[in-house]
Design a protein around this ligand. Structure first.
Ligand code: C2G
Length: 134
């Protein structure tokens, strides 16, 4: 019998896509056979970070979906729906950056929860500030 493919699920805004985003998606993909990414809705980002993303939800979805390591994308409408998303996408592993360390341990009952170290010294905010100062 062929074993079931191992599905990895991760979330993020992925605004002003940079190498830190790429690295975490590559590492997440290496933990399974299939990588699904929940891309934060514009509305969710506004609530979470107090600013509208530079790139729209449709643009961010298109960019993430075009990556070789990504198999499927969907819009993450709310932070509170994580359990539903994990079940809906039949995720075996939930991957989050370690800025969220410990925050999603409650989902250990339905999947493996892994926190990966962030790539140092790069962020969307730093890029926006850098460009603004040019
Ligand atoms: N990331 C990283 N290294 C960086 C910057 C970001 O590894 N230098 C990771 C983050 O840890 C996250 C992913 O890239 O796992 C996406 O980053 P953001 O777009 O900043 O994600 P965030 O807005 O925190 O969204 O449900 C949770 C949220 O949707 C997470």
């Amino acid at each position: 019998m062929t074993p079931m493919p191992r599905t990895v699920l991760t979330f993020g805004t992925f605004d002003v896509f940079h190498v830190g985003h790429l690295r975490i998606l590559e590492r997440a993909a290496s933990l399974g056979d299939r990588l699904v990414v929940g891309v934060s809705a514009d509305e969710l980002n506004l609530r979470k970070k107090g600013r509208t993303p530079v790139f729209s939800e449709a643009e961010r979805l298109a960019i993430v979906n075009a990556l070789k390591v990504v198999d499927d994308v969907f819009v993450e409408e709310s932070l509170e729906q994580k359990r539903d998303y994990i079940l809906e996408h039949q995720a075996d592993v939930l991957v989050m950056g370690d800025d969220w360390a410990g925050k999603f341990d409650e989902f250990n009952d339905i999947c493996e929860v892994v926190y990966l170290a962030r790539t140092p010294a790069i962020s969307t905010t730093a890029i926006i500030e850098h460009i603004a100062e040019l």
